[in-house]
Design a protein around this ligand. Structure first.
Ligand code: DI6
Ligand code: FE
Length: 409
Protein backbone atom coordinates (compact mmCIF):
# COMPACT_ATOMS: atom_id res chain seq x y z
CA UNK A 1 0.00 0.00 0.00
CA UNK A 2 1.30 3.50 -0.84
CA UNK A 3 1.13 6.17 1.87
CA UNK A 4 -2.28 6.32 3.48
CA UNK A 5 -4.04 9.70 3.28
CA UNK A 6 -6.37 9.07 6.21
CA UNK A 7 -6.46 6.30 8.75
CA UNK A 8 -9.56 5.83 10.89
CA UNK A 9 -8.88 3.74 13.98
CA UNK A 10 -10.88 2.57 17.00
CA UNK A 11 -14.04 2.38 14.93
CA UNK A 12 -16.93 -0.03 15.08
CA UNK A 13 -17.65 -0.84 11.45
CA UNK A 14 -20.88 -1.95 9.79
CA UNK A 15 -19.54 -2.83 6.34
CA UNK A 16 -22.91 -3.93 4.85
CA UNK A 17 -20.93 -6.37 2.72
CA UNK A 18 -23.38 -8.66 0.93
CA UNK A 19 -21.64 -11.77 2.27
CA UNK A 20 -21.70 -10.50 5.84
CA UNK A 21 -24.48 -11.43 8.23
CA UNK A 22 -26.86 -8.55 8.72
CA UNK A 23 -24.65 -5.50 9.18
CA UNK A 24 -21.27 -7.12 8.43
CA UNK A 25 -19.74 -5.95 11.70
CA UNK A 26 -16.01 -5.53 12.38
CA UNK A 27 -15.27 -4.40 15.93
CA UNK A 28 -12.86 -2.79 16.73
CA UNK A 29 -11.89 -1.94 13.20
CA UNK A 30 -9.79 0.42 11.13
CA UNK A 31 -10.10 1.92 7.65
CA UNK A 32 -7.32 3.24 5.44
CA UNK A 33 -8.19 5.77 2.73
CA UNK A 34 -6.00 6.51 -0.32
CA UNK A 35 -6.97 8.85 -3.14
CA UNK A 36 -10.56 9.05 -1.91
CA UNK A 37 -11.04 5.28 -1.89
CA UNK A 38 -10.93 2.59 0.75
CA UNK A 39 -7.49 1.00 0.45
CA UNK A 40 -7.79 -1.33 3.42
CA UNK A 41 -10.36 -2.19 6.05
CA UNK A 42 -10.38 -4.81 8.77
CA UNK A 43 -9.88 -5.66 12.43
CA UNK A 44 -7.69 -3.14 14.16
CA UNK A 45 -5.17 -5.80 15.18
CA UNK A 46 -4.47 -6.63 11.50
CA UNK A 47 -3.77 -3.03 10.53
CA UNK A 48 -0.78 -2.86 8.14
CA UNK A 49 2.09 -0.71 9.35
CA UNK A 50 2.00 1.65 6.37
CA UNK A 51 2.60 5.32 7.30
CA UNK A 52 -0.43 7.61 7.28
CA UNK A 53 -0.63 11.37 6.64
CA UNK A 54 -3.45 11.68 9.17
CA UNK A 55 -4.66 9.24 11.80
CA UNK A 56 -7.96 9.81 13.52
CA UNK A 57 -9.35 7.87 16.45
CA UNK A 58 -13.12 7.52 16.33
CA UNK A 59 -13.29 6.64 20.05
CA UNK A 60 -15.44 3.60 19.38
CA UNK A 61 -17.96 5.41 17.16
CA UNK A 62 -19.86 3.41 14.58
CA UNK A 63 -19.21 3.89 10.89
CA UNK A 64 -21.38 2.74 7.98
CA UNK A 65 -21.35 3.44 4.27
CA UNK A 66 -22.64 7.00 3.79
CA UNK A 67 -26.38 6.82 3.11
CA UNK A 68 -27.80 6.98 -0.41
CA UNK A 69 -31.23 8.50 -1.07
CA UNK A 70 -32.15 6.76 -4.33
CA UNK A 71 -35.54 8.43 -5.00
CA UNK A 72 -36.27 12.15 -4.56
CA UNK A 73 -38.08 14.95 -6.33
CA UNK A 74 -36.41 17.68 -4.31
CA UNK A 75 -36.14 20.35 -7.01
CA UNK A 76 -39.51 22.13 -7.20
CA UNK A 77 -41.19 25.51 -6.92
CA UNK A 78 -43.63 26.43 -4.13
CA UNK A 79 -45.09 23.85 -1.76
CA UNK A 80 -48.37 21.99 -1.28
CA UNK A 81 -49.14 22.49 2.40
CA UNK A 82 -52.62 23.78 1.52
CA UNK A 83 -53.32 20.63 -0.50
CA UNK A 84 -52.08 18.53 2.42
CA UNK A 85 -54.62 20.29 4.60
CA UNK A 86 -57.38 19.72 2.01
CA UNK A 87 -56.58 16.03 1.88
CA UNK A 88 -56.88 15.80 5.65
CA UNK A 89 -60.35 17.34 5.25
CA UNK A 90 -61.37 14.48 2.95
CA UNK A 91 -60.26 15.16 -0.65
CA UNK A 92 -58.26 12.32 -2.24
CA UNK A 93 -54.93 12.65 -4.08
CA UNK A 94 -56.55 11.31 -7.27
CA UNK A 95 -59.51 13.73 -7.01
CA UNK A 96 -57.20 16.69 -6.57
CA UNK A 97 -55.05 15.52 -9.52
CA UNK A 98 -58.11 15.03 -11.74
CA UNK A 99 -59.24 18.58 -10.95
CA UNK A 100 -55.91 19.97 -12.21
CA UNK A 101 -54.29 20.32 -8.76
CA UNK A 102 -51.69 18.07 -7.23
CA UNK A 103 -48.58 17.65 -9.34
CA UNK A 104 -49.81 20.33 -11.78
CA UNK A 105 -49.82 22.93 -8.98
CA UNK A 106 -46.12 22.28 -8.54
CA UNK A 107 -45.63 22.34 -12.33
CA UNK A 108 -47.03 25.87 -12.44
CA UNK A 109 -44.78 27.06 -9.62
CA UNK A 110 -41.73 25.30 -11.07
CA UNK A 111 -42.22 26.77 -14.53
CA UNK A 112 -42.59 30.24 -13.01
CA UNK A 113 -39.38 29.90 -10.98
CA UNK A 114 -35.95 30.77 -12.36
CA UNK A 115 -33.15 28.23 -12.21
CA UNK A 116 -31.57 30.31 -9.45
CA UNK A 117 -34.81 30.31 -7.45
CA UNK A 118 -35.11 26.53 -7.78
CA UNK A 119 -31.49 26.07 -6.76
CA UNK A 120 -31.87 28.30 -3.70
CA UNK A 121 -35.05 26.52 -2.61
CA UNK A 122 -33.57 23.03 -3.10
CA UNK A 123 -30.16 23.54 -1.47
CA UNK A 124 -31.49 23.46 2.13
CA UNK A 125 -33.15 20.11 1.34
CA UNK A 126 -29.85 18.75 0.04
CA UNK A 127 -28.11 20.05 3.16
CA UNK A 128 -30.73 18.53 5.44
CA UNK A 129 -30.24 15.16 3.74
CA UNK A 130 -26.46 15.47 4.07
CA UNK A 131 -26.86 16.32 7.76
CA UNK A 132 -28.86 13.10 8.07
CA UNK A 133 -25.90 11.10 6.68
CA UNK A 134 -26.56 11.12 2.93
CA UNK A 135 -23.67 11.47 0.42
CA UNK A 136 -25.48 10.44 -2.78
CA UNK A 137 -28.90 11.74 -3.84
CA UNK A 138 -31.01 10.90 -6.84
CA UNK A 139 -33.04 13.88 -8.06
CA UNK A 140 -35.84 13.59 -10.63
CA UNK A 141 -37.25 16.17 -12.97
CA UNK A 142 -40.97 15.96 -13.66
CA UNK A 143 -42.38 19.33 -12.62
CA UNK A 144 -41.44 21.07 -15.88
CA UNK A 145 -43.28 18.88 -18.37
CA UNK A 146 -41.99 20.80 -21.39
CA UNK A 147 -38.58 20.83 -23.00
CA UNK A 148 -37.21 24.04 -21.51
CA UNK A 149 -38.45 23.40 -17.98
CA UNK A 150 -37.44 19.74 -17.80
CA UNK A 151 -33.94 20.75 -18.94
CA UNK A 152 -33.97 23.58 -16.39
CA UNK A 153 -34.77 21.14 -13.56
CA UNK A 154 -32.02 18.72 -14.59
CA UNK A 155 -29.48 21.53 -14.87
CA UNK A 156 -30.41 22.71 -11.37
CA UNK A 157 -29.98 19.16 -10.07
CA UNK A 158 -26.50 18.96 -11.65
CA UNK A 159 -25.61 22.34 -10.09
CA UNK A 160 -26.74 21.12 -6.67
CA UNK A 161 -24.28 18.26 -6.94
CA UNK A 162 -21.41 20.47 -8.00
CA UNK A 163 -22.08 23.07 -5.29
CA UNK A 164 -22.77 20.71 -2.38
CA UNK A 165 -19.97 18.18 -2.87
CA UNK A 166 -22.52 15.37 -2.75
CA UNK A 167 -23.06 13.07 -5.70
CA UNK A 168 -26.33 13.89 -7.43
CA UNK A 169 -27.69 11.27 -9.83
CA UNK A 170 -30.23 12.90 -12.13
CA UNK A 171 -33.32 11.22 -13.55
CA UNK A 172 -35.57 12.49 -16.33
CA UNK A 173 -39.20 12.03 -15.21
CA UNK A 174 -40.93 13.89 -18.03
CA UNK A 175 -43.65 11.22 -18.02
CA UNK A 176 -44.77 12.24 -14.52
CA UNK A 177 -48.06 13.99 -15.29
CA UNK A 178 -49.82 15.11 -18.46
CA UNK A 179 -49.08 18.81 -19.01
CA UNK A 180 -52.15 21.06 -19.43
CA UNK A 181 -51.21 21.80 -23.08
CA UNK A 182 -51.56 18.10 -23.90
CA UNK A 183 -54.63 17.28 -21.78
CA UNK A 184 -56.47 15.90 -24.82
CA UNK A 185 -53.43 14.46 -26.55
CA UNK A 186 -51.43 12.36 -24.13
CA UNK A 187 -49.81 10.42 -26.97
CA UNK A 188 -48.72 13.73 -28.49
CA UNK A 189 -46.86 14.49 -25.25
CA UNK A 190 -45.28 11.02 -25.30
CA UNK A 191 -44.15 11.79 -28.89
CA UNK A 192 -42.58 15.03 -27.68
CA UNK A 193 -40.71 13.15 -24.93
CA UNK A 194 -39.48 10.47 -27.34
CA UNK A 195 -38.67 12.59 -30.37
CA UNK A 196 -37.34 15.80 -28.82
CA UNK A 197 -36.78 15.71 -25.09
CA UNK A 198 -34.96 12.39 -24.70
CA UNK A 199 -32.51 13.09 -27.55
CA UNK A 200 -31.83 16.59 -26.14
CA UNK A 201 -31.25 15.24 -22.63
CA UNK A 202 -28.96 12.49 -23.92
CA UNK A 203 -27.02 14.92 -26.08
CA UNK A 204 -26.43 17.27 -23.14
CA UNK A 205 -25.71 14.35 -20.78
CA UNK A 206 -28.20 15.77 -18.29
CA UNK A 207 -29.80 12.53 -17.07
CA UNK A 208 -28.28 9.41 -15.55
CA UNK A 209 -31.60 7.53 -15.84
CA UNK A 210 -35.18 7.82 -17.09
CA UNK A 211 -38.29 7.27 -14.95
CA UNK A 212 -42.06 7.35 -15.59
CA UNK A 213 -45.28 7.33 -13.60
CA UNK A 214 -47.47 4.41 -14.62
CA UNK A 215 -50.89 5.22 -13.15
CA UNK A 216 -54.45 5.60 -14.39
CA UNK A 217 -54.33 9.42 -14.23
CA UNK A 218 -50.77 9.60 -15.54
CA UNK A 219 -49.35 7.24 -18.23
CA UNK A 220 -50.48 3.81 -19.41
CA UNK A 221 -48.07 0.90 -19.61
CA UNK A 222 -48.09 1.21 -23.43
CA UNK A 223 -47.10 4.88 -23.20
CA UNK A 224 -44.40 4.14 -20.65
CA UNK A 225 -43.11 1.32 -22.86
CA UNK A 226 -42.63 3.81 -25.71
CA UNK A 227 -40.64 6.15 -23.48
CA UNK A 228 -38.58 3.23 -22.15
CA UNK A 229 -37.80 1.84 -25.59
CA UNK A 230 -36.53 5.23 -26.74
CA UNK A 231 -34.52 5.79 -23.55
CA UNK A 232 -32.98 2.35 -23.88
CA UNK A 233 -31.99 3.04 -27.48
CA UNK A 234 -30.10 6.09 -26.16
CA UNK A 235 -28.32 3.95 -23.56
CA UNK A 236 -30.16 5.39 -20.56
CA UNK A 237 -31.00 3.11 -17.59
CA UNK A 238 -34.62 2.95 -16.43
CA UNK A 239 -36.65 3.30 -13.26
CA UNK A 240 -40.43 3.21 -12.76
CA UNK A 241 -43.05 4.56 -10.34
CA UNK A 242 -44.94 1.28 -10.32
CA UNK A 243 -48.24 0.15 -8.79
CA UNK A 244 -48.38 2.93 -6.19
CA UNK A 245 -52.14 3.48 -6.23
CA UNK A 246 -53.36 0.60 -8.45
CA UNK A 247 -51.96 -2.48 -10.18
CA UNK A 248 -51.34 -1.56 -13.80
CA UNK A 249 -48.67 -4.23 -14.16
CA UNK A 250 -45.94 -1.74 -13.35
CA UNK A 251 -43.62 -4.26 -11.72
CA UNK A 252 -43.87 -6.54 -14.79
CA UNK A 253 -43.21 -3.58 -17.07
CA UNK A 254 -40.12 -2.52 -15.11
CA UNK A 255 -38.87 -6.11 -15.18
CA UNK A 256 -39.51 -6.48 -18.92
CA UNK A 257 -37.19 -3.54 -19.55
CA UNK A 258 -34.63 -4.71 -16.94
CA UNK A 259 -35.12 -1.45 -15.06
CA UNK A 260 -32.68 -0.61 -12.27
CA UNK A 261 -35.59 -0.17 -9.88
CA UNK A 262 -39.35 -0.33 -9.51
CA UNK A 263 -40.54 2.10 -6.88
CA UNK A 264 -43.57 2.16 -4.49
CA UNK A 265 -45.13 -1.28 -5.39
CA UNK A 266 -48.01 -1.14 -2.89
CA UNK A 267 -50.40 -2.79 -5.37
CA UNK A 268 -47.97 -5.11 -7.19
CA UNK A 269 -49.15 -8.68 -7.81
CA UNK A 270 -47.26 -11.86 -6.94
CA UNK A 271 -46.45 -12.28 -10.64
CA UNK A 272 -45.02 -8.75 -10.69
CA UNK A 273 -42.75 -9.47 -7.73
CA UNK A 274 -41.58 -12.72 -9.32
CA UNK A 275 -40.75 -10.78 -12.48
CA UNK A 276 -38.67 -8.28 -10.47
CA UNK A 277 -36.72 -11.16 -8.94
CA UNK A 278 -36.00 -12.63 -12.37
CA UNK A 279 -34.81 -9.31 -13.80
CA UNK A 280 -32.69 -8.30 -10.76
CA UNK A 281 -34.68 -5.07 -10.44
CA UNK A 282 -34.48 -3.37 -7.02
CA UNK A 283 -37.75 -2.69 -5.15
CA UNK A 284 -37.64 0.84 -3.71
CA UNK A 285 -40.04 1.30 -0.78
CA UNK A 286 -41.19 4.80 0.11
CA UNK A 287 -42.82 4.98 3.56
CA UNK A 288 -43.05 8.79 3.53
CA UNK A 289 -45.47 8.74 0.59
CA UNK A 290 -47.38 5.79 2.06
CA UNK A 291 -47.93 7.64 5.32
CA UNK A 292 -48.62 11.07 3.83
CA UNK A 293 -51.26 9.61 1.51
CA UNK A 294 -52.61 7.60 4.46
CA UNK A 295 -52.42 4.50 2.27
CA UNK A 296 -53.63 1.23 3.71
CA UNK A 297 -52.43 -1.19 1.04
CA UNK A 298 -49.00 -2.43 2.20
CA UNK A 299 -46.25 -3.20 -0.32
CA UNK A 300 -45.77 -7.01 -0.49
CA UNK A 301 -42.70 -7.17 1.75
CA UNK A 302 -43.03 -10.90 2.51
CA UNK A 303 -43.17 -11.71 -1.21
CA UNK A 304 -40.17 -9.48 -1.90
CA UNK A 305 -38.23 -11.36 0.77
CA UNK A 306 -39.42 -14.79 -0.41
CA UNK A 307 -38.26 -14.07 -3.95
CA UNK A 308 -35.01 -12.44 -2.85
CA UNK A 309 -35.81 -9.10 -4.50
CA UNK A 310 -33.32 -6.49 -3.24
CA UNK A 311 -35.17 -3.87 -1.15
CA UNK A 312 -34.13 -0.21 -0.99
CA UNK A 313 -35.70 2.57 1.09
CA UNK A 314 -35.81 6.25 0.08
CA UNK A 315 -37.41 9.52 1.16
CA UNK A 316 -39.33 10.26 -2.09
CA UNK A 317 -38.77 13.88 -0.93
CA UNK A 318 -41.45 15.87 -2.82
CA UNK A 319 -43.96 18.59 -1.99
CA UNK A 320 -47.10 16.53 -2.61
CA UNK A 321 -46.80 13.11 -1.07
CA UNK A 322 -43.60 13.05 0.97
CA UNK A 323 -42.22 16.28 2.43
CA UNK A 324 -39.37 14.39 4.10
CA UNK A 325 -35.69 15.44 4.19
CA UNK A 326 -34.11 12.84 6.49
CA UNK A 327 -33.15 9.36 5.35
CA UNK A 328 -32.83 7.88 8.88
CA UNK A 329 -36.43 9.04 9.46
CA UNK A 330 -37.44 7.20 6.27
CA UNK A 331 -35.70 4.11 7.70
CA UNK A 332 -37.47 4.53 11.02
CA UNK A 333 -40.81 4.82 9.20
CA UNK A 334 -40.07 1.80 6.96
CA UNK A 335 -39.43 -0.27 10.07
CA UNK A 336 -42.66 0.88 11.72
CA UNK A 337 -45.09 0.84 8.80
CA UNK A 338 -43.64 -1.85 6.50
CA UNK A 339 -42.09 -4.06 9.18
CA UNK A 340 -38.62 -3.99 7.66
CA UNK A 341 -35.90 -5.01 10.10
CA UNK A 342 -33.33 -2.37 11.07
CA UNK A 343 -30.70 -4.35 9.11
CA UNK A 344 -32.95 -4.33 6.02
CA UNK A 345 -33.52 -0.60 6.44
CA UNK A 346 -29.78 0.12 6.60
CA UNK A 347 -29.00 -2.18 3.66
CA UNK A 348 -31.86 -0.43 1.86
CA UNK A 349 -30.28 3.00 2.22
CA UNK A 350 -26.72 1.86 1.44
CA UNK A 351 -26.00 -1.31 -0.55
CA UNK A 352 -29.39 -1.74 -2.24
CA UNK A 353 -29.86 1.99 -2.82
CA UNK A 354 -26.51 2.01 -4.66
CA UNK A 355 -27.77 -0.84 -6.77
CA UNK A 356 -31.01 1.05 -7.51
CA UNK A 357 -28.83 3.79 -9.03
CA UNK A 358 -26.47 1.48 -10.89
CA UNK A 359 -23.65 2.54 -8.54
CA UNK A 360 -23.10 -0.72 -6.65
CA UNK A 361 -19.57 -1.22 -7.97
CA UNK A 362 -18.51 2.15 -6.60
CA UNK A 363 -20.30 2.65 -3.26
CA UNK A 364 -22.97 1.36 -0.87
CA UNK A 365 -20.72 -0.94 1.19
CA UNK A 366 -17.42 -0.44 2.99
CA UNK A 367 -14.98 -2.56 1.00
CA UNK A 368 -11.52 -2.02 -0.47
CA UNK A 369 -11.72 -0.27 -3.84
CA UNK A 370 -14.99 1.55 -3.12
CA UNK A 371 -15.28 5.28 -2.63
CA UNK A 372 -14.57 6.38 0.93
CA UNK A 373 -18.09 7.74 1.48
CA UNK A 374 -18.39 7.09 5.20
CA UNK A 375 -20.94 8.14 7.81
CA UNK A 376 -19.73 8.37 11.41
CA UNK A 377 -22.50 7.99 13.97
CA UNK A 378 -23.04 8.74 17.66
CA UNK A 379 -25.01 5.55 18.31
CA UNK A 380 -24.63 2.40 20.38
CA UNK A 381 -25.55 0.00 17.57
CA UNK A 382 -26.61 0.32 13.89
CA UNK A 383 -30.14 -0.68 14.85
CA UNK A 384 -30.42 2.66 16.67
CA UNK A 385 -30.67 4.42 13.28
CA UNK A 386 -34.23 3.06 12.96
CA UNK A 387 -35.13 3.43 16.59
CA UNK A 388 -35.11 7.11 17.39
CA UNK A 389 -37.26 9.68 15.64
CA UNK A 390 -36.39 13.37 15.72
CA UNK A 391 -32.73 13.12 16.69
CA UNK A 392 -29.76 13.59 14.44
CA UNK A 393 -27.39 10.71 15.15
CA UNK A 394 -24.72 11.74 12.61
CA UNK A 395 -21.34 12.74 14.03
CA UNK A 396 -19.76 13.53 10.69
CA UNK A 397 -19.69 12.58 7.06
CA UNK A 398 -16.74 11.81 4.80
CA UNK A 399 -17.17 11.99 1.05
CA UNK A 400 -14.35 10.46 -0.98
CA UNK A 401 -12.34 10.53 2.25
CA UNK A 402 -12.88 14.24 2.93
CA UNK A 403 -14.93 15.88 5.67
CA UNK A 404 -18.02 17.53 4.34
CA UNK A 405 -19.25 20.69 5.94
CA UNK A 406 -22.78 20.12 7.23
CA UNK A 407 -24.28 23.55 7.16
CA UNK A 408 -27.96 22.65 7.45
CA UNK A 409 -29.60 24.28 10.42
N1 DI6 B 1 -45.30 9.49 -6.96
C1 DI6 B 1 -44.97 10.20 -5.91
O1 DI6 B 1 -44.97 9.80 -4.79
C2 DI6 B 1 -44.59 11.53 -6.37
N2 DI6 B 1 -44.62 11.39 -7.77
C3 DI6 B 1 -45.09 10.23 -8.06
O2 DI6 B 1 -45.23 9.89 -9.21
C4 DI6 B 1 -45.55 12.59 -5.96
C5 DI6 B 1 -45.30 13.85 -6.67
C6 DI6 B 1 -46.24 14.96 -6.26
O3 DI6 B 1 -47.35 14.72 -5.78
O4 DI6 B 1 -45.81 16.11 -6.43
FE1 FE C 1 -41.70 9.57 -6.43
Amino acid sequence: MATIDLLLVDARIATLRPDGTDYGIIEPGAVAVCDGRIAWLGPQQDLPTTPARETRSLDGRWITPALIDCHTHLVFGGDRAAEFERRLQGASYEQIAAAGGGILTTVQATRAASADDLFAAAMPRVQALAASGVATIEIKSGYGLDIANELKMLEVARRLGAASGLTVATTLLAAHAVPPEYRDDVDGYVDLICEELLPAVAEKNLADAVDAYCESFAFSSEQVARVFAKAQSLGLPLKLHADQLSDLGGAELAARFSALSADHLEYSSAAGIKALADSGTVAVLLPGAFLTLRETQQPPVALLRDHGVPIAVATDCNPGTSPLCSLPEAMALAARVFGLTPAECLAGTTREAARALGLAADRGTLEPGKRADIAVWDIEHPRDLCYWLGVRPLSHLLIAGRDINLTAS
